[in-house]
Write a protein that binds this ligand. Structure first.
Ligand code: ATR
Length: 274
């Protein structure tokens, strides 16, 4: 069977093998999909070994997304603007192509699964690291009216706003000003605080009365932000499980040329992981 893998460090608890096998069953495709734990110093060599042995596609997660972008020979437009990659695909001549499907996955989860129309929304992006960059452009493409980027380290937020280069739509504010920054319709937590097990301690005031709050992570890492959003009376509080399934669907389509039905896979994971 064709070989696929997800590279990360750590990676043991990745849901990607289960998601890709569930997609493959929808089409009667037989594939092997494993996790490969590679320390950063080993990542590039490990990827090259995988593809030299006939690997047909790889997903890449923390902390390797920037390295995956660097080692590729060709890069999709979405990967270039974000500067990282979560999908590697071998080209017929043996070179590697990098894609980034994170932003598209988030937007599809919001607009199709949760039936949101993002046009005209004022969005707040908490964080300006890799995860935040991964979704910023896609939110603007999907029509959010403004994107306010707030990061603990303001220079990183400014660098992201500069890279976007649409000052009328995408701008930064200071983390210390979250108390009196106005209110937002869509609040995206792209910080790694939850993953690191650290509290975020956010004020409630910027949660608009019909606000959707969304954490890009899922499971335990998202629990603190989701609980905060409910306490702040957000209309909706979502974790990123749906985004994970949608980004996997994009990778699956790149590799197999077929669009899987994500809803049953998402619903099964939701039942399994709460
Ligand atoms: P990722 O790939 O998960 O985005 P990253 O690129 O290291 O990881 O970015 C982590 C983001 O979470 C950054 O925006 C970081 O803020 P700093 O730039 O100030 O480091 C943010 N972050 C991490 N821990 C945080 C905390 N306890 N409070 C607020 N922001 C935090």
């Amino acid at each position: 069977a064709a070989q696929f893998a997800v590279f990360g460090h750590p990676i043991a608890h990745s849901l990607s093998p289960q998601i890709h096998q569930a997609f493959a069953r929808q089409f009667g495709i037989a594939l092997e999909y494993r996790t490969i734990d590679a320390a950063p110093a080993e990542f590039a060599a490990s990827v090259r070994r995988f593809f030299a042995a006939g690997g047909r596609g790889a997903n890449v997660t923390l902390p390797h997304k920037a390295a995956a972008f660097e080692l590729a020979d060709e890069r999709s437009e979405a990967a270039v603007r974000v500067g990282t990659a979560n999908v590697l695909t071998p080209l017929p001549d043996g070179r590697l192509a990098a894609h980034n499907t994170d932003g598209a996955g988030l937007v599809r989860d919001l607009t199709e699964r949760h039936r949101m129309d993002l046009r005209g929304h004022d969005a707040l992006l908490l964080g300006a690291g890799g995860a935040a960059r991964g979704v910023a452009w896609s939110l603007l493409d999907a029509g959010v009216r403004t994107l306010t980027i707030v990061n603990r380290t303001p220079e990183t937020a400014d660098a992201l706003a500069d890279a976007i280069g649409e000052p009328a739509r995408a701008h930064t504010r200071y983390w210390e000003d979250l108390d009196d920054i106005g209110s937002f319709d869509l609040i995206i937590n792209a910080t790694s605080a939850g993953v690191l097990g650290k509290p975020l301690d956010l004020p409630f005031g910027f949660v608009g009365n019909r606000a959707t709050c969304y954490d890009l992570s899922y499971g335990k890492a998202a629990a603190g932000f989701v609980a905060w959003a409910r306490a702040a009376n957000a209309l909706y509080a979502f974790d990123g499980l749906g985004m994970l399934v949608e980004t996997a669907a994009d990778a699956f389509e790149l590799w197999h040329g077929k669009r899987p039905d994500t809803d049953p896979v998402h619903d099964a994971l939701r039942r399994q992981y709460g």
